[in-house]
Design a protein around this ligand. Structure first.
Ligand SMILES: O=P(O)(O)OC[C@H]1O[C@H](OP(=O)(O)OP(=O)(O)O)[C@H](O)[C@@H]1O
Ligand SMILES: O=c1cc[nH]c(=O)[nH]1
Ligand SMILES: [Mg+2]
Length: 210
């Protein structure tokens, strides 16, 4: 069983995260690093994925070999920044189903505003992994998980790159059944709700919008 919070302390993840935090990292390298880290986090978050076997023929003999059924996985990107995690995970598990929750955070109230929602059918029978690089106040992720539960999802995990203690606590209170996998938990939020030391606005850095 995954704990409520898993921090992936592997040196490869930590090194790449440091490169991303640097304010001088280019848009191109920010995006590439996020994609690389997403695959390392995916390794951790899918650790207990269900497996079956398939009868195959090796050059020497027949065997029942373990396989996963990618179709049983639903990857849900919380727009926009979630797409930075989606690409890498989808590359690892190309058969996964994909959904999108469009949310942006109102800068004054720090409350999420929903503008899009489209998820695969049959969420109740899938492992659902919600993706968003930033867990700050936790308002966006808690709202996204609310929506996924309303759509029937029962087995949900949340993958992020960086979390604030406040966001982890908010998720634990709102959704204690949703394990979080992250590369780091930073010190705190600042007065604008940004993670400190953090890496700034993930969406803007990824898409070059600021
Ligand atoms: O935990 P919270 O306090 O809710 O903050 C985290 C949210 O803020 C960012 O999205 P943003 O609103 O900047 O939208 P974007 O992905 O379009 O940039 C981030 O990607 C999360 O969705
Ligand atoms: O630090 C933060 C907080 C919310 N969203 C971001 O992109 N960065
Ligand atoms: Mg943003």
């Amino acid at each position: 069983m995954l704990e409520h919070l898993t921090v992936v302390t592997h040196p490869l993840v930590q090194h790449k995260l440091t490169l991303m935090r640097d304010k001088d990292a280019s848009t191109n390298s920010f995006r590439r690093l996020l994609r690389e880290i997403s695959q390392l986090l995916a390794y951790e978050i899918t650790r207990e994925m269900e497996m079956t076997t398939r009868r195959i023929q090796t050059p020497l003999c027949e065997m029942d070999a373990p396989v996963i059924d990618g179709k049983k996985l639903a990857l849900i990107s919380i727009l926009r920044a979630g797409n930075g995690l989606l690409d890498g995970v989808l590359e690892l598990i190309p058969a996964a189903r994909v959904g999108f929750v469009g949310l942006y955070r109102d800068e004054a109230t720090l409350q999420p505003v929903q503008y899009y929602y489209k998820v695969p059918a049959g969420l109740e029978d899938r492992l659902v992994i919600a993706l968003d690089p930033m867990l700050a106040t936790g308002n966006s992720s808690a709202a996204a998980v609310d929506l996924l539960k309303k759509s029937g999802a029962r087995n949900i995990r949340f993958m992020c790159l960086l979390a604030a203690p406040e966001g982890v606590a908010r998720m634990k209170e709102a959704h204690p059944d949703v394990p979080i996998v992250t590369a780091a938990v930073d010190e705190r939020l600042n007065e604008h709700g940004y993670i400190v030391p953090g890496l700034g606005d993930a969406g803007d850095r990824m898409f070059g919008t600021k």
